[in-house]
Ligand binder design. Structure first.
Ligand SMILES: [Zn+2]
Length: 188
């Protein structure tokens, strides 16, 4: 913890050294993109994209899960997405999954248990499925949920908003993007 405290204390000096104009940020909030991702500490959007303060509007949750839209029960996720789309007017939303995601691994264990391939319990059997494919599918499922949000639908229709499905490989540092026409993830 002390490392984090020490770094926060010298942030102003680091910002000055990098010529970051923090004062202007008080009057101006126009992020380059919204970035939706898992809360996993190994995935660092600002490090990945070299984003500066003001560049990324982030939504980070366990697994980066985007719940289905429900007008009767707004969620923190839906409010955050609506603010980005309606108020900030973002033109791009990146949904970024990652390798070795605990949520994806848990889903695979659950699916295997349901299908009877293995028994659920504290000592789950080794996974036999393709974790990478499951991780890719997980990202696309979130993009699919996002594309059905009422605030997103018209913006996709008039092409003023683009959705991007990314997948970050923690162990290699590579980031892949989904190419719908090829139905596959390829390096950026
Ligand atoms: Zn994760």
């Amino acid at each position: 913890m002390q490392y984090l405290i020490d770094q926060a204390r010298v942030f102003r000096a680091r910002a000055a050294a990098q010529a970051l104009h923090l004062g202007g940020l008080a009057r101006y909030h126009r992020p380059r993109a919204m970035f939706i991702a898992c809360s996993d500490a190994r995935l660092v959007p600002a490090l990945l994209t070299v984003a500066q303060p003001g560049d990324l509007f982030e939504l980070r949750t366990y697994g980066g899960v985007i719940p289905p839209y429900d007008a009767t029960t707004p969620t923190g996720e839906s409010r955050t997405i609506e603010y980005a789309v309606n108020d900030l007017g973002v033109s791009d939303i990146i949904v970024c999954g990652h390798s070795h995601c605990d949520v994806v691994t848990s889903e695979m264990h659950d699916n295997l248990a349901v299908s009877g391939i293995t028994e659920s319990g504290d000592d789950a059997a080794p996974l036999t499925g393709d974790l990478t494919a499951a991780g890719h599918w997980h990202v696309l499922a979130q993009v699919d949920a996002l594309s059905n949000y009422p605030c997103v639908v018209p913006r996709l229709a008039d092409r003023s908003l683009r959705l991007h499905a990314w997948f970050h490989e923690i162990e290699t540092g590579a980031t892949l993007a989904h190419h719908p026409r090829a139905s596959t993830f390829l390096p950026l």
